[in-house]
Design a binder for this molecule. Structure first.
Ligand code: ACO
Length: 324
């Protein structure tokens, strides 16, 4: 499988740390030093569906395919205002695609989970061209009186078009039940038989424990992928890591003893956009010409569950309408 198109979309509204300090007991200094985040984009006048559509349209346009060529749409999303239909179903028609679709909830690792599924579909011949969209509004999971969670997140969408070819050459996915360290619970309707009172519980997170799990499990993924492919840290051109906290990225970098330039980030601008994050990074770097033909890239992500998903690939340059 290889990536032949990329796209991303972000809300217009830029929210600085100082703006948050206007109504939360926090400061630009605390947020910057503990997380690396300086601003985030938050949905205000737009909708998540519009972001997902914009990212998907850009990805299809850059792939050189038409919407009719897409024969599967996998949409990574943790939650939006619709439980059903899926976000994939909601955007399919406006995209002009007519193909099977489903939503994937792999938390913040959902984009790489989706890519793993796409890889299997392509290998078995179930599809030829797959559109993977990751669209998230984690700002709406948080209690905006809770300074320990609301400052961390931003909204955004990313999309990748994948097809058969020489690109991805290994994946590693893991799952463990650690549901108490991070969860967002939505209420269900009562029935005449089950009247257990349910209440929406905005995001609960044990930050330090999530931090520890993230560092330990991502390091394990990275080490396993390198070892079983006979590679060392120095053989990797770029490490594209889930943009959740600059200090988590730094711990992984120090373990690998690789230079900072190999760990591009955009968390400073966008905060943690959940499963959209690594796709936004890929789109920005690809369009900026940073992802060179043949570059070896290691992607590593993690999310609530606790789940992780990592992948190794060789990059094929995308031209975005420029001459070869
Ligand atoms: N502003 C000011 N002070 C704050 C804030 C804030 N926004 N939030 C917490 N504090 C305070 C705490 O109350 C605490 O005060 P105390 O010492 O008086 O008790 C102090 O800062 C330290 O709190 P800690 O939680 O220990 O701070 P820590 O250094 O661990 O940083 C953080 C917190 C940034 C949440 C860190 O633990 C982290 O990044 N964890 C991982 C989070 C993550 O990645 N989540 C997403 C995972 S999956 C996904 O992407 C959906």
């Amino acid at each position: 499988m290889r990536i032949i198109g990329t796209g991303s979309a972000l809300p217009e509204k830029v929210v600085t740390n100082d703006m948050l300090a206007g109504f939360l007991d926090t400061s630009d200094n605390w947020i910057t030093t503990r997380t690396g985040i300086r601003t985030r984009r938050l949905l205000s006048t737009e909708t998540l569906r519009e972001l997902a559509l914009e990212a998907a349209k850009k990805a299809i346009a850059s792939s050189g395919l038409t919407p009719a060529d897409i024969d599967y749409l996998i949409c990574s999303n943790v939650a939006n205002s619709y439980v059903s239909p899926s976000l994939g179903s909601i955007i399919l028609g406006q995209l002009g695609c007519c193909c099977p679709t489903f939503d994937m909830n792999g938390a913040c690792a959902g984009l790489v989970y989706s890519l793993d599924v796409a890889d299997a579909f392509l290998k078995t011949g179930r599809a030829r061209n797959i559109l993977v969209v990751a669209a998230e509004q984690p700002s709406r999971f948080c209690d905006w009186h809770d300074r320990s969670t609301s400052v961390l997140f931003g909204d955004g969408a990313s999309a990748l078009v994948v097809t058969g070819g020489e690109g991805f050459f290994d994946f590693r996915l893991t799952g463990n039940t650690h549901t108490d360290v991070m969860y967002y619970k939505r209420s269900l309707e009562p029935t005449p038989y089950d009247r257990v009172e349910e209440r929406t519980q905005p995001l609960v997170m044990e930050g330090r424990e999530v931090f520890r799990l993230a560092v330990e499990s991502c390091i394990e993924d990275v080490d396993v992928l390198l070892e079983r492919n006979g590679l060392k840290g120095e053989d990797i051109d770029l490490f594209l890591l889930h943009q959740a906290n600059m200090r988590i990225i730094e711990c992984i970098r120090q373990h690998l003893e690789q230079p900072k330039e190999k760990f591009p980030t955009n968390i400073q601008k966008y905060g943690n956009t959940s499963s959209a994050s690594v796709g936004i990074l890929i789109d920005e770097l690809s369009r900026a010409g940073v992802l060179k033909e043949g570059a070896t890239i290691l992607i590593s992500t993690f999310g609530g569950g606790f789940v992780t998903a990592a992948a190794l690939l060789k990059w094929s340059e995308i031209l975005y309408g420029k001459e070869a």
